[in-house]
Design a protein around this ligand. Structure first.
Ligand SMILES: Nc1ncnc2c1ncn2[C@@H]1O[C@H](COP(=O)(O)OP(=O)(O)OP(=O)(O)O)[C@@H](O)[C@H]1O
Length: 258
């Protein structure tokens, strides 16, 4: 679905990504984890064609170099939810979600676009405040509006769509954290792919198929949650002690810190 080899990226002479290899398949839920400043958002931006790598290492999306895609076409195949989503948008909530449909119409949205927007608002539990000014929402409510917007953007019949999400759980309460991860998981069940930057390692272990653990611009470990989340690797990456056990109910890998 998307792959890159020896991806390197520098900004203002600071080396941010150092030879990262990545290859994410159809239907995969990949969580990118790692301490602050590890390069997670930078990697996501490179993969999403938002920043260029140093030696112009090519990122392949569906076997074609991503920078060679027609941007309008690409926006129907992949969408990105950013941790730096605009905080100030002078629009009603439902119109922010409708922004996700801009690639689909030129002047006026069609009935189909409104149907998709309504569906996305239901999934993200924001229907009840759709008529409010976006700027009046709380941080977590704004996050859910942007999640609805990217879901609306990728609501089409194209096979193998790709969703990038940079810290989508920020500001969300427990219920909405789980609902959001369940939505992402459901999206990947249809052979779509999600690459998600997460800080909560236990949620990453419960929901993701694969984990990419980054440290100082490099990949420290990549694999199944139980392969990556070991005491040694986590303590090394985060400089913080932890113990590993099994979740008593769903048996996923569980990390206890301290
Ligand atoms: N334009 C820039 N100029 C200089 N340094 C930068 C620039 N952009 C990012 N960096 C640095 O690159 C490193 C990686 O940043 P990045 O945002 O990718 O990390 P991250 O793993 O997503 O961190 P966090 O968990 O804190 O969001 C950080 O040390 C950051 O300060």
């Amino acid at each position: 679905m998307i792959k890159g080899h020896k991806i390197s990226y520098q900004s203002q002479k600071v080396s941010i990504l150092k030879g990262v290899d990545i290859n994410v398949g159809y239907g995969e839920f990949l969580a990118i984890v790692g301490p602050n400043g590890a390069g997670k958002s930078s990697l996501l931006n490179v993969l999403a064609n938002e920043i260029k790598t140093d030696q112009k290492q090519d990122i392949y999306f569906k076997e074609k170099i991503i920078s060679r895609w027609n941007l309008e076409e690409l926006s129907k195949h992949k969408a990105k939810f950013s941790q730096h989503n605009a905080q100030d948008i002078p629009l009603l909530v439902k119109d922010v979600v409708l922004m996700g449909r801009y690639p689909y119409f030129s002047s006026q949205p069609a009935t189909e676009d409104f149907v998709v927007v309504e569906k996305a608002m239901q999934k993200t539990d924001i229907v009840h405040f759709q008529e409010r000014d976006y700027n009046s929402l709380s941080g977590g409510e704004k996050q859910r509006v942007h999640l609805a917007r990217v879901l609306a953007q990728l609501d089409n019949d194209i096979a193998h769509r790709l969703l990038f999400l940079d810290e989508p759980l920020n500001n969300l309460d427990i219920k909405h954290q789980h609902k959001t991860l369940e939505l992402i998981k459901k999206f990947t069940k249809n052979n779509n792919t999600a690459i998600v930057v997460l800080h909560d390692l236990n949620l990453a272990a419960s929901f993701a198929d694969k984990i990419l653990l980054m440290e100082k611009g490099e990949v420290l470990a990549y694999g199944l949650p139980e392969e990556v989340f070991t005491e040694d690797k986590i303590s090394r990456a985060y400089g913080f002690p932890c113990s590993i056990c099994k979740h008593p109910i769903n048996e996923s890998t569980m990390i206890l810190f301290g």
